[in-house]
Design a binder for this molecule. Structure first.
Ligand code: NAD
Ligand code: LMR
Length: 327
């Protein structure tokens, strides 16, 4: 058994965390020989802290062998102290008829203070994964507050989009989800995101050839992936939670798995034509060192380039909306 790592989770009494925390404590995120100390952060209101106590009671009642201990707090300085991973879930979800960017004014400020505190008190080389929406821009805000941690330590989640796209391609082709690979998400976690079907494979063959329906790929497929979050809100009356938690497990696990190829949102540094300052989804490979590198040179046709230009524009516009929160 490895010595325990500290995993800070914000919004720990919320919907996503209710599905997420048992997965972390059971070993799904960090493996079967990795104990975890869960540092659970909520807002300083009695109702939230009481609900968090209930969540912790349930985690205790699971008797997870890998759950070393828990810290329950409404103080971010305590919650992020020495954390190896900071999972930033706590933020308002959108309701019907809203876009995720409508949350920026309310949610953006959460990430200004959390970014600064994480930078001050977390472990050396701590990693941050942002889920709270709009995730890409919130991640940019948090990273802009860091003086010690470098931008590559801050990633935002587009894995739910990757998983959605993978299942949609599998259903269309009548194959198992495991037969689909190399489906990458470019850009924002929003309806402008681009699921790059041109590079996807089904049983090792080009998905475009297997599916052979470019009108569907360029139309309904891209639209359905982009609008899946809204479809879930319309159906459930609440935003995705179990699938979001599952995607975060995948995001973090794959960032800890050498050789894994997956999509995360990172500081673009100008790759694939994105503005260098925005956090954009792109494919990465996890390295044996534990770092990751962006996979460059994925071929993009004119359709793909136009989709990337549109999602980049939205990210640049979001950046302008929060200009006063940066730095
Ligand atoms: P929720 O309302 O059920 O839970 C959010 C929790 O965060 C609440 O308990 C709230 O008290 C807490 N919180 C708010 N501000 C906080 C702060 N400053 N510090 C600590 N805790 C804080 O919402 P949810 O369904 O769990 O969703 C959380 C966020 O995740 C939303 O912004 C939602 O839109 C987003 N989301 C993102 C994805 C994605 O793919 N990136 C997917 C699903 C949901
Ligand atoms: C999702 O994609 O399901 C989440 O980002 C929640 C939302 O607001 O759509």
């Amino acid at each position: 058994m490895k010595p325990p790592i500290r995993v800070a989770v914000t919004g720990a009494a919320g919907q996503i965390s209710y599905s997420l925390l048992p997965r972390i404590a059971s070993g799904a995120m960090f493996g079967p020989d990795q104990q975890v100390i869960l540092q659970l952060i909520e807002v300083p209101f009695e109702k939230a802290m009481k609900a968090l106590e209930g969540v912790a009671m349930e985690l205790d009642d699971c008797a997870f062998p890998l759950l070393h201990s828990m810290v329950l707090t409404d103080d971010a300085r305590v919650g992020f102290k020495d954390a190896n991973w900071c999972l930033l879930v706590g933020a308002k979800p959108r309701g019907p008829g809203m876009e995720r960017a409508d949350l920026l004014k309310d949610n953006g400020k959460i990430f200004t203070s959390q970014g600064a505190i994480i930078d001050e008190v977390s472990a050396e080389n701590a990693r941050v994964a942002v889920v709270g929406n709009p995730a890409n821009t919130n991640c940019m805000i948090a990273a802009s507050k860091a003086r010690r941690l470098t931008p590559d330590r801050f990633t935002a989640m587009v894995r739910l989009d990757q998983n959605r796209a993978q299942t949609m391609l599998a259903k269309k082709a009548g194959v198992a989800t495991t037969d689909v690979s190399d489906i990458f998400i470019f850009g924002n976690h929003s309806p402008t995101m681009f699921p790059a079907f041109g590079h996807a494979k089904i049983n090792g063959k080009a998905a475009t050839g297997v599916i052979n329906d470019s009108a569907w790929l360029e139309g309904a497929f891209c639209e359905s992936v982009g609008k899946r979050g809204a479809a879930i809100i319309a159906a459930r009356g609440a935003s995705s939670a179990a699938s979001a938690a599952n995607a975060l497990v995948d995001h973090v696990r794959d960032l800890s798995t050498p050789g894994a190829i997956h999509s995360i949102a990172v500081k673009s540094e100008g790759l694939y034509g994105f503005d260098p300052e925005v956090w954009a989804g792109m494919p990465v490979k996890t390295l044996a060192s534990g770092e990751y590198e962006v996979i460059t040179g994925v071929p993009l046709d004119d359709f793909a380039k136009s989709k990337i230009a549109a999602t980049n524009k939205e990210l640049v516009d979001e950046r302008a909306m929060v200009a006063e929160m940066l730095g």
